[in-house]
Design a protein around this ligand. Structure first.
Ligand code: SAM
Length: 356
């Protein structure tokens, strides 16, 4: 059955937030659509008549709760397990060529058992698609990527991905390896934020050796350590102790103080914050840093333990942008390494590199 709309993956349990986000953003763009989803399934379909317009109006970079954004092509139900390929060809007929193939399943507990099927089916489908001229011999990022998403052994969604408008990783899950000397697992959160919320150009320009940063709520020191590995000097603010590996960098200074009250003796390039506090209180404090020119760039985390998480997210981001006192680049996402929380990147586009 041909399907029009979007297929987005998300953290299982956050389908209502993603559905609310897609519905609200589409309505604001004047695009009709409705979300179809099931709690804990790990994905949301956003259906409507104008898939192309919908996709354009909802760029992946602007979505907070989507790990991946794809354009739906078809829903295949009651697939015969003896021949899963034939119905795919029927659905793909006349729709052009693809530059890559990913066979996936949602990242939910229930669907993880489909990993073996996804692997073996990809090995069977790839040469069959090539034989029909539907898949290029070599990966071609200029063409759409074909996604087959198995919901169970006889039910699949077909979708198309655009490398410029989606996650670069299967299931939208980045492959990051935790180094043994990292002071905490949280280090991966900041690494993922730098990799996914900043552009390659921003990473090059805004993370320079010799810069200065503050890390509010730093203990045991994972985020400070990630910055120190970029040769950025860090004032690590926390009453709790820092790990030896953080202190061993030699460029992290531990300051025992309240992260909501501490102010830097001179303006800094960066301020990062992972304090566990009410998101409104954190968003307000982050805005004050920008309003008072305490920092030029920031990555901060907003914890979302409440029920109406989409409403709270929107409210906190509005609060932050209104109180920051200047136009900022702001991007937010629920990272793979985020649990009940989102991570925000904010940057002053007028920032000049400070004297080192
Ligand atoms: N980002 C850290 C890392 O990578 O290792 C983990 C931070 S942990 C999730 C939260 C930290 O915030 C705790 O160490 C806690 O002591 C600190 N914290 C909470 N409220 C704070 C406050 N008002 N001032 C300073 N630190 C605070």
């Amino acid at each position: 059955m041909i399907a029009e709309g979007l297929l987005c993956y998300c953290r299982p349990g956050f389908e209502p937030e993603l559905a609310a986000e897609l519905s609200e953003r589409a309505a604001l763009a004047g695009i009709a659509g409705y979300a179809r989803t099931e709690r804990n399934s790990g994905f949301v379909q956003f259906l409507g008549e104008h898939g192309a317009a919908m996709s354009k109006a909802l760029p992946y970079s602007g979505l907070i709760f989507a790990r991946q954004k794809l354009r739906l092509l078809a829903e295949l139900k009651d697939i015969d397990p003896k021949d899963r390929i034939a119905p795919m060809f029927d659905a793909l007929a006349g729709r052009g060529r693809y530059g890559d193939l990913w066979v996936e399943h949602p990242d939910s507990d229930e669907s993880r058992q489909l990993a073996g099927l996804a692997r073996s089916f990809a090995n069977a489908l790839r040469p069959a698609l090539r034989q029909r001229g539907l898949l290029t011999d070599k990966e071609d990022p200029r063409l759409p990527r074909l996604h087959v998403c198995f919901l169970d052994g006889n039910h699949a969604l077909l979708a198309a991905g655009d490398v410029r408008d989606g996650s670069l990783w299967p299931l939208g899950v980045p492959r990051l390896r935790q180094l043994s000397e990292a002071p905490s697992r949280s280090a991966l959160k900041l690494e993922e934020a730098i990799l996914t919320l900043m552009t390659p150009d921003e990473r090059e320009r805004l993370l320079k050796p010799g810069m200065n940063a503050a890390d509010l709520g730093a203990a045991p020191g994972g985020w400070s350590w990630v910055l120190a590995r970029q040769h950025i000097r860090v004032a690590a603010i926390d009453n709790g102790p820092l790990a030896e590996s953080a202190l061993a960098t030699g460029i992290i200074e531990h300051i025992r103080a309240d992260g909501f009250l501490w102010t830097p003796p001179k303006p800094l390039d960066w301020m990062v914050c992972d304090m566990v506090e009410s998101p409104r209180k954190v968003a307000t404090r982050m805005a004050e840093w920008f309003a008072h020119d305490g920092c030029q760039h920031s990555i901060f985390n907003l914890k979302l333990p409440m029920k109406k998480r989409w409403d709270e997210t929107r409210m906190c981001l509005e609060l932050f942008e209104n109180k920051a006192g200047k136009p900022l680049i702001v991007r937010a996402r629920q990272l793979y390494h985020d649990r009940e929380e989102i991570t925000v990147f904010a940057s002053n586009p007028e920032a000049r590199p400070r004297a080192l």
